[in-house]
Design a binder for this molecule. Structure first.
Ligand code: ZN
Ligand code: ZN
Length: 112
């Protein structure tokens, strides 16, 4: 009987680190940074764009002019990472490009 209790204590002790580890993983997951521009950065990009799509890609087929003539409307444009997050791009204003939705869909890293 005593041996049985000792086994139980031993097994519950060995379970403990597992439970702690699982909790830490969960905390890490919930704290993982979601790569996205802050509202302030997006607003600053929108102001910098002066209400006009900032796309000037020659490869972009949405417009024939160098810079896209599309007027951006609040809430109807996308903040694009000039350098993709997956390529180490930051959520900074300098890496933020205010694009109309058709132009954003033309970028190679759309959704990245
Ligand atoms: Zn555009
Ligand atoms: Zn464009």
């Amino acid at each position: 009987m005593e041996a049985g209790i000792a086994d139980l204590v031993r097994s519950s002790k060995s379970l403990l680190p597992c439970l702690i580890e699982e909790k830490t993983n969960k905390q890490l997951r919930s704290k993982r940074r979601i790569m996205a521009f802050t509202e302030a950065t997006k607003q600053a990009a929108f102001r910098r764009a002066g209400g006009q799509c900032e796309c000037s890609r020659l490869s972009c087929t949405v417009h024939r002019t160098l810079r896209c003539p599309t007027t951006l409307t609040a809430g109807r444009w996308h903040a694009h990472h000039r350098t993709a997050v997956t390529a180490g791009g930051e959520d900074s204003l300098s890496n933020c490009e205010a694009l109309c939705i058709p132009c954003h869909q033309q970028t190679q890293t759309y959704g990245a």
